[in-house]
Design a protein around this ligand. Structure first.
Ligand SMILES: [Fe+2]
Length: 224
C-alpha cells in the first residue's frame, strides 16, 4: 500500500550549541524594537543588525538547505509538493523574542516565503507547566501550527514543546501561535523570514518594504 499525505512541511533540526550561544549573545546586544511589525503580545522583540544577519546566513545556511532541497524533491511521487524549483533565497529579517510569563502570540502568519523559529532558552518551569497542563490544545509556551479548516479525523494542527537549540522551518503562510506560560521566567527564541530570490521568487517576490537591501548579491542571500 502506498500512502500520500499533503499539506505544509515543517522541518526541525538541532543546531550547534556554540552557534546558538553566539546568536544569543548577539541578540542580547540588539536595541532596535521590532514589536510594531509583529503580532506578538510581547514587550521585547528586537531586530538583529545587518552584520548579525550576514553572520547568521554564513553559519546557519547549512541547516536550511536540506529543508529547501527536500520540499523541492520532484523524484519521489509520494513526496511531491509541486513547488517550483528555486536555487536562491535570502533572509529578509531576523529578530529575537524575549517572552515573559503572561505574554503570548495569537494566531498569525509571516511575510516572505518561509519562516523559522529557533529556541535559545527554554526554562524548566515551562516544561513543568506543560506537563501539568490539563486543557486541550497547545500547552503553555508551545508553538502551535494550524493548517486549513478543521476536519474530523484529520490532523490539521501540530503543537511543539520548545527544545533549546532546536530550529523549526515552515511556510510563512502557515498560521501559528504561542499560548502564555505563567512562571516568572524568560523563553527566548529567534525568528526570521526567508524570501525566494530565484525561480518562483522571481515571479512572486513580494514587495520589499523600503528596499534597503538589494535582492542580488546581498550577503543575506544564499544558494540552496
Ligand atoms: Fe510568528
Amino acid at each position: 500500500m502506498k500512502f500520500i499525505h499533503f499539506g505544509p512541511v515543517i522541518g526541525g533540526v538541532r543546531i550547534s550549541p556554540v552557534l546558538c550561544k553566539e546568536l544569543l549573545k548577539r541578540g542580547r546586544q540588539t536595541t532596535i524594537s521590532h514589536t510594531q511589525h509583529l503580532a506578538g503580545h510581547l514587550d521585547k522583540e528586537n531586530l538583529y543588525t545587518d552584520k548579525d544577519k550576514h553572520w547568521f546566513v554564513e553559519n546557519f545556511k547549512q541547516y536550511f538547505i536540506p529543508y529547501f532541497r527536500k520540499i523541492q524533491d520532484q523524484h519521489d511521487p509520494l513526496f511531491y509538493y509541486a513547488i517550483h524549483p528555486f536555487k536562491k533565497c535570502m533572509i529578509q529579517n531576523l529578530w529575537i523574542n524575549f517572552m515573559k510569563g503572561g505574554e503570548y502570540n495569537p494566531p498569525h502568519t509571516h511575510t516572505g516565503s518561509y519562516s523559522f523559529v529557533l529556541f535559545l532558552q527554554v526554562p524548566e518551569e515551562i516544561k513543568k507547566e506543560s506537563a501539568n497542563f490539563k486543557g486541550i490544545g497547545p500547552g503553555p509556551g508551545h508553538i502551535r501550527f494550524q493548517y486549513g479548516e478543521e476536519q474530523p479525523e484529520i490532523m490539521t494542527k501540530h503543537s511543539i514543546l520548545p527544545v533549546v537549540n532546536e530550529l523549526w522551518i515552515f511556510p510563512a503562510s502557515l498560521h501559528h501561535s504561542v499560548p502564555p506560560f505563567k512562571s516568572d521566567v524568560e523563553r527566548i527564541s529567534v525568528s526570521g523570514n526567508i524570501l525566494l530570490t530565484e525561480g518562483v521568487g522571481v515571479k512572486n517576490t513580494p514587495t520589499y518594504e523600503g528596499g534597503e537591501l538589494s535582492f542580488t548579491g546581498d550577503k543575506a542571500e544564499f544558494n540552496i
